[in-house]
Design a protein around this ligand. Structure first.
Ligand SMILES: [Zn+2]
Ligand SMILES: [Zn+2]
Length: 273
């Protein structure tokens, strides 16, 4: 699998000098299987740039998975140019538990919010429900229910012996959450790396309990307990600049010298073979 981050910011896009290194686009992850199939996870603002890449490279069969339908994970969809070309086939996957992808995407493409409606898009678009275990674009995808306001899925993607986990928008120690902490430890075990929401510091967390996000320290404990050797922090808080994120990565590296630690950055590519 080739994995590329197109959006790593949480809640709202930011664009200023202080966010050049990690980028300011909201969540979007691109995965290419060994058969060149195209898989996209979430349609935050980062999906705009990915759409340009897909058109230029004539990748016309697209699988788009949604972890959930909060605005920062769907807001780029109206600017995902493949939807405006009729030779593109876009299969959209998500949970139907509390809402559906069709409903979420249609609502934001309704006047007066956006001039083109979902029903008038030229691409061939279909909707599918994510199951506990799926095979999409040749990749096995297992799901877990995150602890987050509104139903949200965590994903484990496996191809052959390689696998990684994406847990974005997840509060590891949520009281009365959907999944206990130990469930996430089990879920990420054996993965080559884990991408996890690290929106907060320990200092601010007390004021953010129940908001559905985790701290850098909580994420480090998770990967250590599961024996996972590499972690990427994501869903960076919109108030954190590059310098601050760097300082948090350094701090965690001092505490956990045996774990590979990086903050995910828009444009960063990871090859898993
Ligand atoms: Zn989010
Ligand atoms: Zn969310």
């Amino acid at each position: 699998m080739i994995i590329r981050f197109y959006g790593t910011r949480g809640s709202i896009p930011v664009a200023n000098k202080g966010t050049k290194k990690y980028g300011g686009n909201t969540t979007c992850l691109y995965v290419e299987s060994k058969y060149d199939d195209v898989l996209v996870i979430d349609a935050g603002t980062g999906i705009r740039e990915l759409g340009v890449y897909l058109l230029q490279n004539k990748k016309e069969k697209i699988h788009l998975i949604f972890t959930h339908y909060h605005w920062d994970h769907i807001q780029g969809f109206p600017f995902f140019t493949p939807i405006f070309f009729k030779n593109n086939t876009i299969k959209i996957y998500g949970s139907k538990k509390e809402s559906t992808a069709r409903k979420a995407l249609s609502y934001q493409m309704t006047r007066p919010y956006f001039p083109v409606e979902m029903n008038n898009l030229p691409a061939e678009i279909s909707f599918h429900e994510l199951q506990k275990r799926n095979t999409i674009a040749g990749i096995t995808i297992q799901t877990i229910v995150n602890n987050h306001p509104d139903y949200t899925l965590g994903l484990k993607l496996s191809e052959g012996k390689r696998s990684f986990v994406l847990l974005t928008d997840n509060e590891l120690y949520a009281k009365n959450g959907n999944t206990p902490y130990e469930g996430f430890v089990e879920f990420i075990k054996g993965a080559d790396f884990c991408i996890h929401d690290a929106q907060y510091t320990d200092e601010i967390y007390d004021k953010r309990i129940g908001w559905g996000h985790s701290t850098y320290s909580q994420v480090m404990k998770l990967v250590k307990d599961a024996g996972v050797k590499m972690v990427y922090f994501t869903h960076h808080d919109h108030g954190y600049d590059d310098q601050f994120i760097d300082s948090m990565v350094r701090k965690m590296k001092r505490k956990y010298p045996r774990v590979g630690i990086e903050a995910a950055a828009d444009g960063k590519k990871v090859v898993l073979k």
